[in-house]
Design a protein around this ligand. Structure first.
Ligand code: JFZ
Length: 565
């Protein structure tokens, strides 16, 4: 079942990536600027499913909470009464927005309609909405939009254009389970989805983001139905999930941080704080504040945005665990905001001690792991004018030069203020001169390739939108690089072409050649979304990857390796 879902997504996303290309015309750049600077958004998944809270007829239903109707195959006439229990009397949009602003959030994206088809606004084309079907009886979006405008927070609407489990003709991943769902998808799009998108884009002033989702059964013709509306909103930012080959403005890796980012594309990782988007009363698998702060940092260091989810209850309360985590992020951001907002991606794809962000001639070194000797190597040829902790800007840090490679070395204090992430600001002189990654100048030799479009050249091109795939019948493959000289390597990054929910796996082994024998450096079993492995430096001329995939031909988007700074 999961597999089928995977194929649908692979097809749609892969298809849209084929058409992906750089679009840096000035109008496009202008439209995206606020979003690129913003870095941190809050996702809100909220609807009738919040009232079920993960339980149906006394049974805990596995999986993500907002999918409960699909997962438990709840018939429409059994699901609809739950709208009476979705009565968010404690909803306080001003408090939500203030809380988000204090957390450092710059934009909010809320589910105006999720896959269950329930609209959080007063839709004129259906009664399946908050005003007509819930005792609450008031539009939930309007006061949120007003609060956002007041607090200077941008606002986006999520809209499930294809999947709709309560309107006839709406699509359903894994198929319909209730006769009442059957119908003509084109009629559903014409009578429900298109008019509703017009409603959410017309009735709330200028909306900043439209977040499409799950393009199940969306052909080019179907996607084109939305184009006349979109044309009326030239500043609207849309994601890549409309389907039909439309790439939108942003890539949307879900529940993971892509190992090499998306060079040339705007992108946003969306992620849950526990294991569900929609509220589940018994999901307490919360990520730590440390993980969330480091995720934000890692994403920003790769040029992306972080859209972090909260799932309010049916009463209208954001779970306490989410609030404390957002507060911790806000506290960290308050000290270190300069190193996040308005920055660009790290010029260094790898630093043994953490991550880097950049603003012109200023680098921000984000220290995750305090180096044993207290020294931070900066792998560039530039002279450093000054270095200091963002937490203590008046105290200059000592900078010396590493005789062996001429890199600057920053001397950290014995104790640094934040074990999650201490930021060192570095001002350098002149144009940045980076020591190039060893992989930049080599092409891998592979044991087989599917065809020229999925050939070896895609492995080391620095672009995760192109892939290498072995010959169809292969289950084991290898890729070898010859650096033509001895090179020290201490980090392996591989990128893979799947999504987390597809449950793909590959066994990847990195080896180096010592005399005539290959010796293993590290092995990893991936989860289909890439991986990074750091290790003690190994110096050699030849390195190779062995890739085993039990299910299908081995495939990778990227193979990168880096040496110690
Ligand atoms: C999608 C939604 O389905 C999900 O409910 C949530 O809104 C998220 C942000 O976006 O994520 C998916 C999409 C497809 C699958 C799982 C989650 N799938 O096919 O299993």
């Amino acid at each position: 079942m999961k597999k089928i879902i995977g194929y649908i997504f692979l097809f749609v996303f892969a298809n849209s990536s084929i058409h992906a290309q750089l679009n840096d015309s000035t109008a496009e750049a202008k439209k995206m600027q606020w979003w690129k600077d913003a870095k941190f958004g809050m996702f809100i998944h909220w609807g009738v499913y919040s009232a079920l809270a993960g339980t149906y007829e006394g049974k805990k239903i596995p999986g993500i909470g907002e999918w409960i109707m699909n997962t438990a195959k709840i018939p429409i006439d059994k699901y609809k009464p739950y709208a009476k229990l979705f009565n968010p009397v404690k909803y306080n949009p001003e408090a939500w927005v203030k809380m988000a602003r204090n957390a450092g959030v710059k934009y909010i994206v809320i589910t105006s309609k999720h896959h269950d088809g329930f609209a959080l606004f007063d839709s004129k084309v259906t009664d399946w909405d908050i005003v007509d079907a819930s005792p609450y009886g008031k539009d939930l979006l309007k006061p949120l939009v007003a609060a956002c405008r007041k607090e200077g927070i941008r606002i986006g609407f999520y809209y499930s254009q294809a999947q709709d489990w309560n309107h006839p003709g709406g699509a359903a991943i894994n198929g319909h389970w209730d006769k009442a769902q059957d119908g003509d998808m084109d009629a559903y799009l014409d009578n429900i989805a298109v008019p509703q998108v017009r409603e959410i884009l017309s009735n709330y002033g200028n909306i900043d983001i439209l977040w499409w989702d799950t393009p199940k059964d969306m052909t080019k013709e179907r996607a084109e139905k939305f184009m006349p509306i979109l044309k009326q909103h030239p500043n609207l930012i849309t994601n890549n999930r409309l389907g039909g080959g439309f790439q939108g403005d942003t890539e949307t890796p879900e529940q993971f941080v892509p190992s090499t980012g998306f060079p040339g594309r705007n992108w946003e990782t969306c992620m849950t704080m526990n294991d569900t988007w929609g509220y589940k009363s018994y999901d307490s698998n919360w990520k730590s504040s440390k993980t969330l702060i480091r995720n934000l940092t890692e994403i920003v260091s790769k040029g992306g945005n972080f859209l972090l989810n909260v799932g309010p209850t049916a009463e209208g309360e954001i779970p306490k665990a989410s609030i404390t985590r957002l507060a911790a992020m806000g506290k960290w951001l308050n000290v270190n905001k300069e190193a996040i907002y308005g920055t660009t991606a790290s010029p260094f794809p790898y630093l043994s001690y953490g991550r880097c962000t950049r603003k012109g001639r200023k680098l921000y070194l984000h220290v995750f792991d305090y180096p044993a000797n207290g020294l931070l190597g900066v792998p560039m040829a530039n002279k450093i004018r000054e270095a200091y902790l963002l937490a203590d800007p008046t105290k200059r840090l000592l900078v010396t030069i590493n005789k062996a490679n001429q890199h600057s070395v920053i001397h950290l204090p014995k104790k640094i203020p934040d074990t999650i992430n201490t930021v060192v600001a570095v001002e350098f002189e002149g144009d940045l001169k980076i020591i190039p990654s060893p992989m930049e100048s080599v092409e891998a030799v592979v044991s087989s390739e599917n065809d020229a479009s999925e050939g070896a050249k895609n492995l080391t091109d620095g672009n995760r939108l192109t892939r290498w795939t072995a010959a169809k019948t292969d289950r084991n493959a290898s890729a070898t690089v010859d650096f033509k000289k001895q090179v020290a390597i201490s980090s392996l990054i591989v990128d893979e072409p799947w999504n987390p929910w597809e449950n793909k796996r590959q066994k990847i082994t990195l080896q180096y050649k010592s005399g005539e024998t290959w010796k293993t450096i590290t092995t990893t079993t991936t989860k289909g979304i890439g991986d990074q492995k750091n290790f003690k430096p190994v110096t050699a001329e030849f390195f190779r990857l062995l890739i085993e995939n039990k299910e299908e031909a081995p495939s990778l988007l990227e193979w990168q390796m880096y040496g110690p700074e």
